[in-house]
Structure formats: C-alpha cells, structure tokens
Design a protein around this ligand. Structure first.
Ligand SMILES: Nc1ncnc2c1ncn2[C@@H]1O[C@H](COP(=O)(O)OP(=O)(O)OP(=O)(O)O)[C@@H](O)[C@H]1O
Length: 213
C-alpha cells in the first residue's frame, strides 16, 4: 500500500466513508485483522478530522473533533435518509458516536461518488455515508480484488493485514490517512475492503510532480 504519500497528504483535506452489502459481518478493532471470521472493524480510533454536515439548503464542512453545538438536519425535521441505519437516538451524534457508527456500519452504507485511484491490489473510490442524524460523511473505500486462484482469501487477508499494520502506525495522526473500518473476506469470491479517511488533496507524489520537483 502506498500509505506514505497519502498519509501526509491527508492533512490537505477532510475525510471519511465506505460500503458493502453483506450482513454477516462481525465487528472488531485492532491493528491487524484476525484470521478467523469475517470482520468489520477499525484499525484505529483516529480522529474524524471532518464530516460534512448537510442540510436541505446547503452543505457545510465541520470539524467533528472540535464541533460543539452544530445543528444536524434531523434535529428539526426528524427525517432520515433512505438506506441509513436507525439508531435509538437520532439526535445529533457526537464524535465518538460517529466513529462507532462508521466503524460498525460504514462499509454497508457507502454510496460511491467517484474513483480516486487504482493500485496494485485494488481500487479506491470516494464514498459518502449518511449517518442516522442526517449528516453525510465523506471517506475513501479501498477494495482489494480477489485473485481467481485458490487460496485467494488467505492472500487477501495477508495484504489487508499489511495495510492495517501500516495504518496502525499512523493511527491518531491528524495529518495521516486513518483507518475507519475494514472487512475481511471468508470466501474466495469475496472482496476485502478498507474504509479510510479521504485525502482529497491528493498524494504528496502528485503534488511534487505538479510542482515540477
Ligand atoms: N485515503 C485516500 N484518499 C484519497 N485518495 C486515495 C486514498 N487512498 C488511495 N487513494 C488514491 O488511490 C490510489 C490507489 O491507492 P492504493 O492504496 O490502492 O495503491 P497505491 O498505494 O497507490 O499503490 P500500491 O497498490 O502499489 O501500494 C492512490 O494512488 C491515490 O491516488
């Protein structure tokens, strides 16, 4: 994984988001994925540096780590977007609730927006996740492709664990890409997915190339 350039570039812009259509996932956390069941988890409790607070009239970006007293869409309307997961309390979610929700449900709620890039093992898309309070969160979903050979699951798990180890090393760094969740495959035809903070500013590599350096 090319974590390094993106980790630095992550500071250039806000972040977050993901998806998947499976329901038989379990949740977990840690710097590496277990070798047993399919898991959906977060490699770190890194800060959500920003979420997009969207209401009917405008879209604003709010620093979730310092935000206090923001007005979320559902506070006055009680409305919930289709496809979102209902929480007991749909009132405005604080940063901890947002992190926990995204860790548990993020990869099941991703709505793809555009492709961000391709790497040796998969592709990365910008995605939007709508929270129960109506807030939309932007993130990057990295999908690792399964090989068409037997043993693909083991290979994907190895790759994913390498990625998670790299992400864990920079967990909590506001200028580094953060892992918001992941999902391990259990069968050869399944994908492995990572939910990452979105580095919209692009990679350091591209910045240097753009500057002619
Ligand atoms: N969190 C992210 N935010 C924004 N763009 C990203 C993010 N992660 C990856 N990208 C984009 O997607 C591209 C592919 O990323 P990916 O991690 O799959 O591969 P890589 O690190 O570039 O290369 P390799 O697969 O060889 O390690 C990156 O070059 C970058 O342009």
């Amino acid at each position: 994984m090319h974590t390094n350039p993106l980790q630095v570039a992550a500071a250039l812009a806000p972040k977050l988001e993901s998806s998947s259509d499976r329901s038989d996932v379990c949740t977990g956390s840690g710097s590496s994925a277990g070798s047993g069941d399919t898991a959906l988890g977060s490699a770190s409790d890194g800060a959500l540096s920003a979420v997009v607070r969207k209401d009917s009239s405008s879209t604003t970006t709010t620093d979730a780590s310092t935000d206090s007293g923001h007005v979320c869409p559902n506070a006055s309307k009680g409305a919930r977007s289709p496809g979102t997961v209902k929480l007991e309390d749909e009132a405005c979610m604080d940063d901890q609730k947002v992190k926990a929700f995204i860790k548990q449900h993020g990869l099941t709620l991703c709505i793809p927006q555009r492709e961000l890039g391709k790497g040796a093992f998969g592709h990365v898309e910008m995605v939007i996740i709508t929270l129960p309070d109506g807030t939309t969160v932007k993130a990057a979903r990295k999908t690792l492709h399964a090989c068409e050979t037997k043993g693909a699951v083991a290979a994907l798990r190895r790759i994913l664990n390498q990625e998670l180890a790299g992400l864990a090393a920079s967990a909590g760094c506001e200028r580094a890409v953060q892992c918001l969740g992941y999902r391990l495959p259990t069968d050869d035809d399944e994908r492995a997915e990572l939910l990452l903070s979105c580095a919209e500013g692009g990679s350091v590599e591209n910045l240097l190339v753009g500057a002619g350096l």
